[in-house]
Design a protein around this ligand. Structure first.
Ligand code: HEC
Length: 466
């Protein structure tokens, strides 16, 4: 009852707040029409405050409701599932907008016509057709003589992708540190220590990366070597402190942080300085443009590796491998190579070896993660009764229509092993998770033995029919 009243009050407060932002929206529109710049800026500030208020109110409301009504009840895992869903949804939406814009602008840069009919003040131009319309874009060498009043910036995509990603890190990994973040077989640490290492590594990583960019950029070869060593170190470091999947996600979070921080600390401030200089009629400092360009180009190479890492959770043969950090590096290098190939193509420079070499790297990753056959073979025939006994013992606390696990209240991914037929239906996936990557049972919470894994392997090798 109190829960429902709280919900209603929260909803009314949100309604009032959004009505308020709606009024401000119209005020701003009016000021824009009447060309009153001061008024536009004033309303824009009020709007920012109003939006911050709405967001804080939502977060606070959710927090209070969780704390007083949901915590330690049967609804707890359900609450986290929806929170995860909502944040993940926003995260990928902003991520697509950000990476889409990054791809688009790097494509523009690569494909600009720089020679035919280009005015002196321009670096180049480009014609495009999209969605039934014809577009013509021009890039200035530095800045136009007069900065236009309505100048479009691309920054919130990056900031919100990072913010939601950081929240997801908490919802998935830090609130469930014991299950998801820590693997005692890798390193037995306290949840708080693990979280501090996770968050701290993002900050330290940025400081080092930024130093490398600032100090070593003049020599391309040393710069590339330094960045490679930096990435190798962090891939290895995470594999020494976190569970396989958490190690991968942290490597992704680190690269994502570098990308967002490049936007926040380097690209946008540089652009602001350029705009301000141009407004005062001064020539913008070309170093600002160059620094922004290098950072956004390096972001472009990070995109494919980051996208792989974000979906890597679904592919246990990668993060579950004994040398998972090497696999991560091979895949990152291979996918960055593919991006390099695409960039070359956009510039109409064909390269013979970049694409085959990148694909070879990715194939190597697939090859070295393949399963190894049992050394001494299967001596006896294994039947479903034996396998069923193991599964009932080790798996159905989670994978059942009625799980008894404390965290998973519904069967994970809908996968249930209540009947022998259900086990047979999932034999291929069981093989992947129990024999190849060995990441099921989850964090081996139910303590499956190596003999039991071998029994399941024999059963599958023998056809897994009965
Ligand atoms: C402590 C809970 C828990 C236990 C015990 C457990 N699992 Fe899982 N399982 C999960 C979770 C959570 C997922 C979903 C996340 C993931 O894919 O890693 C999952 C996913 C799976 C999947 C992948 C399903 C898909 O759609 O890809 C398979 C297969 C699987 N488990 C098999 C097993 C087997 C076989 C056992 C017993 C040997 C087992 N699990 C024990 C929690 C558990």
């Amino acid at each position: 009852m109190i829960g429902i009243i709280t919900l209603i009050l929260w909803f009314i407060a949100l309604l009032i707040a959004s009505k308020f932002t709606y009024i401000l929206y119209h005020k701003r529109k009016k000021a824009k029409i009447s060309d009153d710049e001061m008024a536009v800026q004033k309303v824009a500030k009020q709007q920012d405050i109003a939006y911050t208020f709405v967001v804080s109110l939502s977060v606070l409301g959710a927090f209070i409701i969780y704390h007083f009504f949901i915590k330690n009840t049967i609804y707890q895992s359900h609450f986290f599932e929806w929170l995860n869903l909502a944040i993940r949804w926003i995260h990928i939406t902003f991520g697509i907008a950000w990476i889409g814009a990054s791809f688009y602008f790097v494509f523009l840069e690569n494909a600009l016509n720089r020679t035919k009919n280009v005015r002196d003040e321009l670096a180049g131009n480009l014609w495009a057709v999209h969605g039934g319309g014809f577009y013509y874009v021009e890039k200035y060498k530095l800045a136009p003589k007069e900065i236009p009043k309505d100048l479009h910036w691309f920054k919130y995509e990056a900031y919100f992708t990072w913010l939601t990603g950081f929240c997801l890190l908490f919802v998935v990994y830090y609130f469930n540190a014991k299950s998801y973040l820590i693997d005692p077989e890798v390193l037995d640490i306290e949840p708080l220590t693990a979280i501090a290492i996770g968050v701290g590594s993002l900050i330290v990583g940025w400081v080092i990366y930024d130093l490398i960019c600032k100090k070593l950029i003049t020599c391309k070869i040393i710069f590339t070597i330094a960045i490679t060593v930096f990435l190798i170190f962090f891939a290895w470091f995470y594999s020494q402190v976190f569970s396989g999947r958490a190690a991968y996600i942290h490597f992704g979070a680190l690269i994502g942080t570098l990308m967002a921080a490049n936007v926040f600390f380097i690209i946008i401030p540089g652009q602001k300085r350029m705009v301000n200089a141009a407004k005062k009629g001064l020539a913008p400092n070309p170093a600002d443009g160059e620094a922004a360009f290098i950072r956004s180009y390096s972001n472009n190479y990070f995109t494919l590796p980051v996208l792989f890492i974000m979906i890597s959770n679904h592919f246990p043969s990668t993060f579950g491998n004994v040398n998972q950090w090497l696999i991560l590096l091979i895949i990152s290098l291979g996918s960055a190579g593919i991006k390099h190939y695409l960039n070359l193509r956009e510039k109409e420079q064909l390269s013979v070896w970049v694409l085959p070499f990148s694909i070879l790297l990715l194939l190597t990753a697939a090859f070295v993660t393949s399963p190894t056959p049992i050394v001494d073979g299967c001596k006896e025939e294994v039947n479903i009764t034996q396998v069923n006994a193991i599964v009932q013992n080790r798996c159905v606390t989670c994978h059942s229509a009625t799980p008894t696990d404390l965290i998973w209240k519904v069967a994970p991914n809908g996968v249930k092993f209540d009947t022998p037929q259900q086990i047979i239906n999932f034999k291929d996936k069981i093989f992947q998770r129990v024999v190849v990557s060995k990441d099921m049972p989850f964090a081996n919470q139910t303590k499956i033995t190596d003999e039991e894994r071998a029994t399941i392997e024999c059963w599958i090798n023998q056809g897994a029919q009965k």
